[in-house]
Write a protein that binds this ligand. Structure first.
Ligand code: 26V
Length: 824
């Protein structure tokens, strides 16, 4: 029967082999003789999909028959990366597939390299959403992820003569075999136009929106496979298309070309993911993207709800939870009000009660430039009815809630208003989110505290119970089991095979932290990973590095607050010492960077350039006898992180305290046995609390120190003038020692001095150097280092995204999970 067939596909190498060949011939349409690697990979995916879609059907059947409560995770970004290895591991067919392919003369690793990353995200926020999908599926909570089906993900980065060049990322140019289009769930979304006020004979008023356009939303589903097939959930991404009605009139009037232009304009909505740019460009389109996917998602939720509830909204808030991943989907709040009031005929008060029960909001950054505000004039053009609804929400909030608490206090009203007054009136999306949400959370303890105390102090006085913390986590399936098989095998032996589901059980390794045999085993695994990374570095950067050297890694988006330039100043400092004393022997070190800069962020791009030219100089300076290497790995992305992280000795987490909301790579590094060299910021604080400060290298100002220095008046010149080493390396940037383009490097010096050094790089420099010195000393003591590496890896139970999801479930979503049986 069907079940026996599935089992034999899972376990029997011959059956698996036959299936792959079958799909190669009958699905892909080629033969073993002439198939390309890509074709083999497609056949492998088709084979996996047989199991995946069956499991998906079982999951959806269970949820439909039980009318389950579900969470809907709305996110403009899902940084999924590659899916093949994870899906095969989760289906428990990885080894079967590997052997089957081996017998066909094919290396499974080579096939997996054929897959283009799904890079539908900028960084932390998007990758977090992807880890959460993995945990939701694994824990079998009823859930849907909703986002945008970007035609182009985050740009591909090339480095030419040290400089970043952006290239389009067409991830599905030749089709993506994981996704399936669902024409039966297409939505239509109105936009533009004007609002008409109709007064009935009884004097009651009705608002009628006459939109200018309709946009079609086409859903693409990507199945997310829970570990060991616990459940298969769906990531549903919306693609924009012109509706048939859209260009009909123009078309008939003989305007074939005009119609094609309008078609192109609509398709633009889901064309490209915006990089975290601080520029004004594309504001209009960005809001359109956000509204488009939020509206499609809400209509999809309502359609599914009404299949069983027939427009009776009494149960809506019992069945539906919606999580807003940052402010990007916050337009869903007025959109749900509009759908309920204008289209479903529910009273304002009843609709508001539903809305405020359903939504919750996660904040991911305190950076003022990242808090979204939209000009009112853009709203008037695109979403005139939503603007009215926002005004109404605001009016009631200010006159009922704020007035009751702070009667007559106009200053409070000005601060808390959704509308920012001024020459250009703005809609503050974060204020709207807080006013309408049941819960508001930050992403690490310290960040949640700052959200309460610095970002929304008045709101948290008003509604203390709404604010909470959910510390981020990452999936151990991708970030340990799949990317570090050597380490996974060690944990299988020490902690049993269920550790990817119960990461706390990795603590079983801690008693062995001083056991010489286990230390050797652990460090041998690390060394093998470093050998593999060294080969990758040779391939991508052409630089030879010694795997015995200390691998010091900083991989993350390029931003001043993350302080890649602090790292660079230390590298210059080491280099300078080596040049001054050619006989000096140091711990050999390889500094590894990976980072994309937003295309319009000039200083960030100059820092990338500086890393490359300084690296080039150092790597080719025979005087330092290969004791120091600096490599910039191009096109940093999920699949590259999976190769780098298992090979890291040092994890650089050096943001100015108070600026990195959480960080998530910090957790991945620790799990894989790297030691954190970092500030007391974000989740670093919680990581070292678990793994031991003595097993990591903490340095620099605390949040309190930063606040105090700012209050007292920070002057970077004080540090520059009083520290000779610091002055020497800062001045070195303004020289032609490294490059003809002296201006590019001098701009970094300029920002650190005349620019006021907004992220206090100079203030933390001395302490940073001291931390590096401690790291170098510890690295020379092999047993001490192994102890620390093991303690880090074995203490990361808290940072499984399963724990984060359980926190969301218990404190916010209130879901039950369901065992998925083979029922149909
Ligand atoms: C947005 C923008 C937009 C305009 C200019 C510069 C800029 C810089 C940063 C951002 C951040 C977007 C939100 C984000 O990705 N936050 C990250 O979320 C992670 C998951 O919670 C967290 O671990 C990171 O610390 C946080 O930066």
């Amino acid at each position: 029967d069907a079940r026996a067939d599935k089992n034999s596909l899972k376990l029997d190498v011959n059956v698996f082999k036959e299936k792959i060949v079958h799909h190669l011939r009958c699905t892909i349409g080629t033969s073993e003789k002439k198939a390309s690697k890509l074709a083999w990979w497609q056949a492998l995916v088709a084979t996996a999909n047989e199991l995946i879609f069956d499991r998906l059907t079982q999951t959806q059947y269970t949820h439909a028959t039980k009318d389950t409560r579900a969470v809907h995770y709305l996110s403009a970004e899902f940084l999924m990366g590659r899916l093949t290895v994870n899906n095969l591991v989760s289906l428990e067919v990885y080894n079967t597939a590997k052997s089957a392919l081996q017998e066909l003369g094919i290396d499974i690793n080579e096939l997996c390299e054929e897959e283009t990353d799904m890079a539908l995200g900028n960084g932390g926020l998007g990758r977090l959403a992807a880890c959460f999908m993995d945990s939701l599926a694994t824990l079998a909570y009823p859930s849907v992820g909703y986002g945008i089906h970007y035609e182009n993900g985050l740009f591909r980065q090339e480095i030419r003569e040290g400089r970043q060049i952006e290239r389009p990322d067409s991830w599905r140019e030749y089709g993506c075999p994981w996704e399936v289009c669902r024409p039966e769930s297409v939505q239509e979304v109105p936009i533009g136009g004007f609002v008409e006020t109709q007064t009935a004979p009884d004097g009651s008023i009705r608002k009628v929106w006459h939109p200018e356009h309709m946009i079609k939303g086409v859903p693409w589903d990507i199945p997310v496979v829970g570990f060991r097939g616990a459940s298969v959930t769906i990531l549903r991404l919306w693609e924009s298309r012109p509706t048939e009605s859209f260009n009909w009139d123009v078309f008939n009037a003989g305007g074939y070309v005009d119609a094609q232009n309008e078609k192109a304009a609509v398709e633009t909505i889901s064309k490209v993911l915006y990089p975290n740019d601080s520029t004004e460009a594309g504001k209009m389109l960005r809001l359109t993207q956000q509204y488009f996917f939020s509206s499609c998602s809400l209509r999809d939720i309502l359609r599914r709800y009404n299949r069983t509830h027939f427009h009776d909204y009494g149960e809506f808030a019992k069945k539906i939870a919606i999580q807003l991943n940052d402010t990007h989907p916050v337009i869903a709040i007025p959109e749900l009000m509009r759908l309920l009031v204008d289209e479903e005929g529910i009273s304002w008060d009843a609709a508001w009660e539903i809305v405020t029960e359903v939504f919750s909001y996660t904040n991911h950054t305190l950076l003022p430039e990242a808090l979204e505000k939209w000009p009112v004039y853009i709203f008037e053009k695109l979403l005139p009815r939503h603007l009215e609804i926002i005004y109404e929400i605001n009016y009631r909030f200010l006159n009922e809630v704020v007035e009751a608490k702070w009667s007559g206090d106009d200053e409070k009203k000005r601060k808390l208003s959704i509308i920012e007054e001024g020459p250009c009136k703005m809609v503050r999306m974060a204020n709207l989110a807080v006013i309408a949400s049941r819960k508001i959370n930050g992403v690490a303890e310290i960040h949640s505290k700052l959200v309460r105390e610095n970002l929304f102090p008045e709101f948290s006085t008003l509604w203390p119970d709404r604010f909470c913390n959910v510390t981020n986590g990452v999936t151990p399936r991708r970030w340990m089991l799949a990317c570090n098989p050597g380490l996974a095998e060690l944990y299988n032996e020490i902690a049993g095979k269920d550790w990817p589901l119960h990461l706390d059980s990795c603590a079983a390794l801690r008693p062995y932290a001083d056991d010489p045999q286990i230390q050797k085993r652990f460090m041998d695994i690390k060394f093998k990973n470093k050998v593999a990374l060294a080969a990758e570095i040779k391939k991508l950067c052409g630089v030879e590095v010694d795997p015995h050297a200390m691998f010091d890694v900083q991989i993350k988006r390029l931003h001043e607050y993350k302080r890649q330039h602090l790292n660079l100043l230390y590298i210059l400092h080491l280099y300078r010492k080596l040049l001054a004393d050619p006989a000096m022997r140091i711990v050999p070190q390889v500094f590894i960077f990976g980072a994309k800069a937003a295309p319009a962020y000039t200083l960030a791009k100059n820092i990338i350039y500086a890393i490359n030219v300084i690296g080039d100089k150092i790597n080719n300076d025979y005087r330092i006898r290969n004791q120091l290497k600096v490599v910039f790995m191009p096109n940093y992305r999920v699949s590259l992180a999976e190769k780098i992280i298992p090979a890291a000795d040092i994890s650089e987490q050096i943001s100015t305290a108070g600026y990195e909301a959480s960080g998530t790579s910090n957790m991945k590094f620790s799990m894989n046995g790297a030691l954190t060299l970092g500030t007391m910021d974000g989740a670093n604080i919680e990581i070292v609390a678990e793994a031991g400060v003595e097993n990591n290298f903490i340095f620099g100002m605390s949040v309190k120190d930063v606040q105090e220095l700012k209050a007292k008046g920070y002057n970077p010149w004080d540090f520059y003038n009083s520290n000779q080493d610091l002055r020497a390396v800062v001045d070195w940037l303004d020289s032609d020692f490294f490059t003809e383009d002296r201006q590019a490097l001098a701009s970094i010096k300029h920002s650190l001095l005349e620019g006021g050094d907004p992220y206090m790089v100079l203030a933390d420099f001395a302490s940073y150097c001291a931390a590096h010195k401690r790291a170098e000393e510890m690295y020379a003591d092999k047993a001490r280092w192994a102890h620390a590496a093991i303690m880090n890896s074995a203490s990361m139970g808290k940072f499984s995204s399963d724990r984060s999801i359980e926190d969301y479930v218990h404190n916010i979503w209130k879901l039950k999970n369901y065992e998925i049986k083979d029922e149909i």
